[in-house]
Ligand binder design. Structure first.
Ligand code: HSE
Length: 408
């Protein structure tokens, strides 16, 4: 018999215990293992639960129990999660986490510790909620050179955007609802300002390109500056505005990871992904492109991904080398996003079409209902972003909005 310890009894932690206990017999039978719930670590008390006797407030109970072979870290945040996870790995206990901040900031160090102690640090639940993405990338797609991916990686912001567009709900009400449904981060600024999607893009980038990509190195914009006018123009253009995390190889051999709202055309599957759902498109030389889709946040969807890793560890507690990456000394392999060639949606006030044509030549114009006479919205030709910025700077405050197009 082996024991599972769960660190944290919040939304994902309680979901992990609930799903494990519900399906334990089936899980053990199917996987040919004999796993029991050993401990739940939390500083709070949870009286009256059927597994109340499993709670502890002391990590040493877990560290000193040799029967604990697998630990699910679902407490979130870097401290004390990092110290707890490192201690578990140093004892040869595999750890499975949903904690994207921990993986994005400390992944290289924790993977190294796992390798040194011949166990695993697994993080399927850190990216895309229930969607299997980490394992498919390093296993099923392992024969390919992966060149790029782009996706909706944050359920909360996608939920907010959907509610604002389809139900005309206010940003504040939509965010409150996402919090009540257990989608948002403890500090929802991480969702709406893009940090959560940025952590996920760092994890995917590190996994694919083999070097740790730290969040500070990634250009990141959230959805807080989006306006209903921009959303209306996107709709009348035939697409949608989505918060997109992306990374691609650039011609100079570097990579360009980025998080920003994008105009996504109606023909792209990502434009139709709504609510809390995430979608990730991956591009590679052999398979061309694949798309992953599913619930990107929430108690049981995330628990499902955590437990997938737990079962994998309980079955094979040998370090899986294909899901590792090395630490990086500097960010010289990250390309400057200002050099990237993009087309941009631009909304201006008090500028004429001839002034726009002088800067950008012929542009596609978009209209919307209730468009003021003095307002114009257009799509620039594809140019390096720094050139677009320079041209637009001559319009000064007359530029009301600018959003990059997603071009795949
Ligand atoms: N707050 C995150 C989201 C949770 O909304 O996507 C899942 O990582």
């Amino acid at each position: 018999m082996a024991k599972l310890a769960v660190l944290g009894h919040g939304v994902v932690g309680s979901g992990t215990v609930e799903l494990f206990l519900k399906n334990k017999d089936k899980i053990n039978k199917r996987a040919g293992i004999d796993l029991e719930l050993g401990y739940v670590l939390d500083i709070r008390d949870f009286p009256g639960l059927p597994y109340s006797d499993k709670f502890t407030k002391d990590i040493n109970d877990i560290l000193n129990d040799d029967e604990v072979t697998v630990v699910a870290e679902v407490m979130g945040g870097v401290h004390p999660a990092f110290e707890f996870v490192l201690s578990c790995l140093n004892k040869g206990k595999s750890v499975c986490t949903s904690n994207k901040e921990l993986v994005a900031k400390k992944g290289a160090e924790l993977l190294k510790a796992a390798k040194e102690h011949n166990c695993n640090f697994m993080f399927e639940a850190s990216t895309g909620g229930a969607i299997p993405i980490i394992r498919p990338i390093h296993r099923c797609l392992a024969a390919n050179d992966i060149t790029a991916y782009a996706g909706i990686l944050n359920g909360t912001t996608n939920f907010i955007l959907t509610k604002m567009i389809t139900e005309k709900m206010s940003f504040e009400d939509a965010l409150k609802m996402a919090q009540e449904l257990g989608y948002a981060e403890r500090n929802p600024a991480a969702d709406v300002e893009g940090a959560d999607a940025c952590r996920k893009i760092c994890i995917l980038s590190s996994l694919i390109f083999g070097k740790h990509v730290y969040p500070d190195w990634v250009h990141c914009e959230g959805i807080t500056k989006l306006t209903l006018e921009d959303v209306a123009y996107a709709k009348s253009w035939g697409g949608a505005v989505k918060l997109i995390g992306s990374v691609k190889r650039t011609e100079d051999g570097k990579i360009l990871p980025m998080v920003a709202p994008r105009f996504v055309c109606g023909g792209c599957q990502l434009s139709n992904i709504d609510d809390v759902f995430n979608g990730i498109m991956v591009f590679g030389d052999g398979f061309d492109q694949v798309m992953f889709y599913g619930r990107g946040a929430g108690k049981l969807p995330t628990a499902s991904a955590v437990l997938g890793d737990v079962i994998e560890c309980a079955k094979h507690n040998i370090t899986i080398l294909s899901q590792m990456w090395e630490d990086s000394e500097d960010n010289s392999f990250i390309s400057d996003y200002k050099e990237d060639v993009v087309s941009m949606y631009v909304r201006v006030n008090g500028v004429s079409k001839s002034e726009i044509a002088k800067l950008f030549g012929d542009c596609e114009y978009i209209t919307r209902e209730e468009q003021p006479e003095s307002e114009l919205a257009f799509i620039t030709p594809a140019l390096p972003e720094k050139d677009i910025d320079e041209k637009l700077s001559s319009f000064g405050d007359m530029v009301l909005g600018r959003i990059r197009l997603l071009e795949l």
